[in-house]
Design a protein around this ligand. Sequence first.
Ligand code: ADP
Ligand code: DP6
Ligand code: CO
Length: 353
Amino acid sequence: MSTVHLSSTTAPVNIAVVKYWGKRDPTLNLPTNSSISVTLSQDDLRAWTTASCSQDFPEDRMWLNGEERSTTDDKRLLACLKELRSLRTRVEQEDGTLPKLSGMGLHIASENNFPTAAGLASSAAGFAALVRAVADLYKLPSSRTELSRIARQGSGSACRSLFGGYVAWEMGTREDGSDSQAVQVAEADHWPTMKACILVASAQKKDVSSTSGMQSTTKTSLLFRERIERVVPDRMARMTEAIRARDFSTFAELTMRDSNGFHAVCLDTYPPIFYMNDVSRAVVRLVEHINGQAGETVCAYTYDAGPNTVIYYLRENEARVLSFVKGAVSATTRGADGLSEQTAASVPDVLAQ
Ligand code: ADP
Ligand code: DP6
Ligand code: CO
């Protein structure tokens, strides 16, 4: 039996505060707007991926959460693997003594420790981990920026998970996508007291994937043009400034407005797409209640393409935010500093009362 070459890595999820929604080029995964996110601690929500290759592997195979998935019709996965292989081929051409890994089949196994395809950025953590695992296996000299351009082709949001802290995905202008990549706006320790609390309203796979949801939005929504042309460019600039200035109330207002605007565009899609549900809407009201009681904005909700809430808040406000949240829902807190805490009851149970 031949040698099996192997490499494992993890990648964290990132939750956008100015959201990516829409592709100007679906093949290269080029977005219609720039976006910005916070990368959460990988001690908490993460994808864990092992990539291996061997002369004995005749074909590429992939397992996600223990189940094998076909690789042959997965164009985005194939695009990532093609780019990584051609980079390895270049490395092998430069150093003729290296094993010819580029000609071997790849076996990739990945597991998420949180709900997959439920609006908690599994595709972001998943493709970031996949690209990093194969790049490590191939010992590629590529920078994180270069890897972000490859991960982007797997899932757009994945490009941001290659970096920690506050990360922008610059949409770029070039047709070949060579300037559509992630850029770190600030390290996590620039604002070390930032925390996130995740409320799982449903761990079920969503009905409409992010890919197909944004495809129908770009085709049918009239509000969408307003969002990408007028709303997001200004919001990106203001969000970047709020992060640099550690201005939580501006960060929070922009985050909540962007989540609301994104879900409004989903509703304006024809036929409409509903990612938020009654539980999500109850949590919006809860956050408004907490801020009202505090007399200032101490927490912000945001929803990706799913019903589950991420609440951002600062550590100094943890007690007052979580005392309300724990009273109402099941909470798992996540922080850039790796602190975490968990409680028991479930969102639908409590909010249904
Ligand atoms: P989410 O809101 O969780 O990101 P998406 O609809 O964007 O949901 O993407 C879900 C898809 O991402 C999955 O069906 C799968 O194809 C891919 N994915 C999720 N996790 C991983 C992973 N760990 N490795 C590779 N691909 C993954
Ligand atoms: C609402 O990156 O999952 O989470 O590129 O088609 O894989 P694909 O879509 P994906 O979309 C993420 C949408 C979002 C907002 C965001 O993360 O910016
Ligand atoms: Co996704």
